[in-house]
Design a protein around this ligand. Structure first.
Ligand code: PMP
Length: 325
């Protein structure tokens, strides 16, 4: 779908996957005006195909668009584009546990203009690929690396937007994590270097021994994760209290040491919920040892994946049925 300032969104089409024409002076190639989303289509046991809260992805894309000076797209047009692609690719939607068709809606600025100002032309596209589990080897605790020198986002920056530039900034810290034997990087607030923001591609939760969940509040640096929102709701439904506030690495370390923090997990569309087994930095290690994965982590995971696959009741009407049984 193409957007121009004069004509708005127009010329929607479904095309076979392949290269797209791109002018070398396209704004996205020079000033990085690019935003994206990620969601999954699941084939349920009864054969129907569903996605999970696609309108939330549409809303978040539009928030990213506003921050990156890109045009907003009407929510129903976004959802329609997802529907049309999934319907065209229905035979590619795998069935089975942890299997899905991953959908990547994205928007680029493609005005041919070498000047630093918001582009007057944009394109919105959705591509798809069958996907298995995010981490190979099933649900097992991940190790995360605390990056103490490299930041991904700063106050007033684009941290809350889902834009390519954030991920470009996260790649060197992600390499640092891998060099230290960790699968994910933990980003902290740039100002204090102690307040937890999020992981490279996931939000984070801690679980206290009294059943309270702690998660960093949306502070402008972190992504408003749809899995995060859904888990806050599911935990509250079960009577847990959820504190959305500043959470620090010091609090995490002290809580593990005195037994008041008993679980930690990361969450996102790709990995759903992943127990955190270890936090490493140059100075210290927090290790949950054989206590990870925790009980609440796994039961929230089971509930959320159960809703997505149809095994659990969809009380909040989160599923969007694209192909009926
Ligand atoms: N934070 C970051 C940086 C991410 O890339 C993602 C994945 N989209 C998340 C959090 C989790 O968001 P969601 O639950 O909407 O996938």
């Amino acid at each position: 779908i193409t957007w121009t300032r004069e004509a708005g969104w127009h010329d929607a089409e479904v095309l076979p996957y392949g290269p797209i024409p791109m002018d070398p002076a396209s704004s996205v190639l020079h000033y990085g005006q690019e935003i994206f989303e990620g969601l999954k289509a699941y084939r349920r046991a009864d054969g129907s195909i569903v996605t999970f809260r696609p309108e939330a992805n549409a809303r978040r894309l539009n928030q990213s668009a506003t921050r990156l000076a890109l045009p907003e797209i009407p929510e129903d047009l976004f959802v329609q584009a997802v529907h049309e692609l999934v319907t065209a690719d229905r035979d590619w939607v795998p069935s089975g546990f942890d299997q899905s068709l991953y959908l990547r809606p994205f928007m680029i600025a493609d005005e041919s203009f070498l000047g630093v100002r918001a582009a007057q032309r944009a394109r919105f596209m959705v591509i798809a690929s069958p996907a298995g589990p995010y981490f190979s080897g099933g649900v097992k605790p991940v190790s995360i690396w605390l990056s103490q020198t490299l930041a991904r986002a700063g106050h007033g920056g684009t941290g809350a937007a889902k834009c390519g530039g954030n991920y470009a900034a996260s790649l060197a810290p992600q390499n640092e994590a891998a060099e230290n034997g960790c699968q994910q990087v933990l980003f902290t607030d740039t100002a204090t270097e102690d307040t937890i923001d999020e992981l490279g591609g996931m939000n984070m939760f801690l679980v206290r021994a009294d059943g309270t969940l702690l998660t960093p509040k949306l502070n402008g640096n972190i992504l408003d994760g749809i899995t995060r929102r859904s888990l806050i709701q599911l935990a509250k439904d079960r009577g847990h209290s959820v504190e959305e506030r500043a959470v620090t690495v010091s609090e995490w370390r002290a809580g593990v040491a005195d037994g008041s923090i008993i679980e930690a997990f990361a969450c996102g569309t790709a990995a759903v919920i992943t127990p955190i087994g270890q936090l490493k930095s140059t100075d210290f290690t927090i290790d949950f040892g054989d206590k990870a994965p925790g009980e609440l982590t796994m039961s929230l995971r089971e509930e959320l994946t159960g809703i997505q696959t149809g095994a659990r009741e969809d009380r909040h009407n989160w599923l969007d049925v694209i192909v009926a049984a």
